[in-house]
Design a protein around this ligand. Sequence first.
Ligand code: GLN
Length: 499
Amino acid sequence: MQDKSFFGHPRGLFVLFLTEMWERFGYYGMRAILLLFLISPTARGAMGLPEAEGTSIYALYVASVYLLTLPGGWIADNILGQKKSIIYGGGLITLGYAILAISSSPSTFYIGLVAVALGTGLLKANISTIVGELYPEGGRKRDEAFSIFYMGINVGSTLGIAMVGYIGEKVNWHLGFATASIAMLLGLITFIFMGRTYLKGIGDEPSAKAKVSDTHAIAHPPINKNVLYTIVGLLVVFYAVLHFTGKIDFSNAQGLANAAGIIIVSITVAYFLFILLGGGLNTVEKKRVAVLGVLFFAVSIFWSGFEQAATSFQIFASRHTERTFFGWEMPSSWFQFFNAAFIVMLAPLVNSLWAFLEKRNMNPSTPVKFAIGLILMGVGFYVMVLGANIAVTGVKASFIFLSVTYVLHTIGELSISPVGLSSYTKLAPRQYVSQFMGIWFVGASLGNLIAGIFAGGFTEGNLQQMPSLFNQVFVIGIVSGLVLLLFAKPIKKWMGGIE
Ligand code: GLN
């Protein structure tokens, strides 16, 4: 790719930046009003559901959006190729938000939500995979591209939360959903028209059928169907046993969330087993898949802490944080902006830091960067322990606690998330690349779910427990980070020469 005119990167990256920016605008914008819309009084045209029901629908929506990236990746790898998957996905999302915008009954509303979730499943992992495809040489350039792409994600989410959030909450719910639909439509048009020129020949073919002339392609043996059927069979038996012994209980929100956790974990384990035992991989590839497993585990822990931004931190912000400045009270939801805004500010800095270290041959390896991210997540929670210790005395804590935590968590996110996206594209066996990108987002699905379940402990009556709850996450973050650091060398070896 000769044309380098977007921060020294090919223009194709600019197309992906814009498309993902608009998609995230709609996603985070709609997410910012979804819970409110579900539980606000019907008098304002909202759904007026009881709080527990609204929260569980919200949690299931977010978890399924990210879980659906796995089948979305499979479809791209085997049937459509990435480009078509993104176009169909973008179309479905546009349609889904439009249905939300015109819906006047709960059933049409749920149809709209399902369309958005399916569409995001088709789009989200595949657009990240295509970023990697622009850099067949891999290396640092690819990492840098993912940092730029990540800024697009967060510019989109900042603007989306501001605009859709404001229009939806203050003007009219349905107009908010319509704004999300228009945003996705803009992204889709950008992708189709600019992509024709700047993404020519990329993501057109399903990667499982990629020609051997392709830079990464190697002739690979077919999958072992017997292994596939055995694993699917075991999974079915496992669910049946859980069902008949009453271990899965769909009758209440808590049961539903726990069941979702079991389903997500078991599908991931089954997927890894299938790829390792029946995926037709050689030893080097198998070792890399094992590394992907470790990174999956680490990122799930990271998101479980990080995603409390929308759950326990939101509760801490609204009930226990001093937000009045010179007689004006800042809305508690404004803390949600902090992360996206800090990303846009800090991504170039973190990127230059890696480049600086790279020149001196000191750029930390992927597992070390993951360990740094986990430790920063833990330290952020330690700051929350300090804040919570004040809150339990009945005094509101300064907004500085949440702000410092957000800075630490944002730097942690930059050390894990764009780096992880990039490594997943590099480490995944070529014929499964989009599916593994899907697995990466399944980590986000699991993290969001755990963050939601964890926030259930934050009731008014349970105030005294708050410091120790935050302390638990602090310990989990630090310990998992240190363990990863300890094994960073062997993990790097298993990456088989991939930086
Ligand atoms: N904020 C990032 C995005 O929307 C990361 C989300 C995630 O993976 N949890 O892509």
